[in-house]
Design a protein around this ligand. Structure first.
Ligand code: ADP
Ligand code: MG
Length: 357
């Protein structure tokens, strides 16, 4: 799909405060991508361009049937309770019974309609582990991501970073959060400045946080490029001169600049061409292993989630309907919605994927 189609939607988002702006972008971009993705083309493209055995996207499914079936499933009143094993360590992020309610533009000024985007989520991200967050568009994944990285205030509940209560998100809290945690968005255009060279984009977080000497920063930029598999020749390039996959590599390099403990990747491959999705996914898998990163990986594709996650959380309309180890959720799903998600996404080229090892 052409990237030019995605960007105008992003630019049309009215300027509001940062949190709403980012949230709005996430919603609009995902809508545009889903609306414009011709289902049959994706399947054909994937089959043609299949280069390696990790192309988990190569599976023609009829999204419309799936959506209709999923929409029939009743939504439970309450989220499934947290099941994180307590091994004495402090979680990097701890969302304690978090609720987020948005006022929508529909309804009247005095009586705006409300959407509960997250209903009582408790999530602990432990050091070095990857949590996969999956559910259909609009189920509250991006809102959860935004709460985790301090962009979205909560309506009720608490947010802790490494044991510290940061629910109020002071400027000092945000600076700490920014060093511990980085975000990779669906559309790299969200993270990159179109007028800044790649070198300057990567230097920027180092300068803001006063890391090292100028020479050390320059060296760090080169290391970052190498980590994400980009040549040094792209240092002076502008984002517009690169492909979508290369831009997402730059966004990942920028996210890694400050040596974070954790990365939140919100649909990091969904806006990319099918042919480069598997490469970006593999890059993230390699990086999290090498750097021992914790990760929250968000996708509406349950097979992608399985590929990358240690633990899986399934959301339906703001409610956590299922959670457990990747093995549990895939081999012994308890929830009707999860079963549908799994059944609806057979991997034709990888019949074993999703069927247990
Ligand atoms: N800034 C916002 N203002 C109003 N409603 C919002 C805002 N952001 C998200 N929502 C609504 O909250 C729900 C969850 O959205 P989101 O977290 O973006 O879902 P996902 O990322 O799973 O697609 C949706 O119904 C969406 O329309
Ligand atoms: Mg989203």
């Amino acid at each position: 799909m052409a990237e030019e189609k995605i960007n105008p939607a992003v630019e049309n988002v009215p300027q509001t405060d940062l949190a709403t702006e980012v949230a709005a972008k996430a919603v609009e971009v995902s809508d545009v991508v889903e609306a414009e993705a011709p289902e049959i083309d994706i399947a054909e493209g994937a089959a043609e361009g299949l280069e390696n055995d990790t192309d988990v996207y190569a599976k023609p499914i009829n999204r419309r049937d799936v959506r209709e079936a999923l929409a029939q499933v009743a939504i439970p009143e309450e989220s499934v309770p947290d099941d994180t094993p307590d091994d004495g360590r402090t979680p990097i992020i701890f969302l304690d019974n978090v609720q987020v309610v948005f006022k929508t533009r529909t309804g009247s000024l005095l009586h705006p309609n409300r959407v509960t985007a997250i209903k009582g989520s408790t999530i602990k991200l432990m050091p070095g582990e990857t949590i996969g967050l999956v559910g259909e568009s609009g189920c509250g994944k991006s809102t959860t991501a935004n709460v985790m990285c301090g962009l979205q205030p909560v309506t009720s509940g608490k947010v802790y970073f490494k044991g510290k209560d940061v629910t109020k998100r002071t400027a000092a809290d945000r600076k700490v959060i920014g060093r511990v945690l980085s975000v990779v968005f669906q559309d790299p255009a969200t993270a990159l400045n179109a007028r800044m060279s790649i070198q300057d984009q990567l230097l920027d977080p180092l300068n803001v946080h006063n890391v090292g000497t100028p020479a050390e920063r320059a060296k760090r930029v080169l290391d970052l490029l190498e980590m994400v598999g980009l040549p040094q020749s792209c240092l002076q390039a502008l984002p517009g001169q690169m492909s979508g996959g290369q831009r997402q590599r730059v966004a990942i390099a920028r996210a890694l600049a400050l040596n974070p403990d954790a990365i939140i990747a919100d649909e990091p491959t969904s806006a990319l061409d099918v042919s480069v999705r598997a490469q970006i996914l593999n890059l993230l898998v390699d990086l999290k292993k090498e750097l021992n990163l914790a990760m929250v990986f968000i996708s509406h594709d349950i097979q992608t989630i399985r590929y990358i996650s240690d633990r899986i959380i399934v959301m339906n309309k703001g409610v956590i309907v299922e959670r457990g180890s990747a093995e549990q959720v895939f081999n012994h799903p308890k929830d009707e919605y999860t079963k549908l998600l799994l059944g609806a996404a057979p991997s034709l080229l990888h019949p074993d994927l999703g069927q247990g090892d």
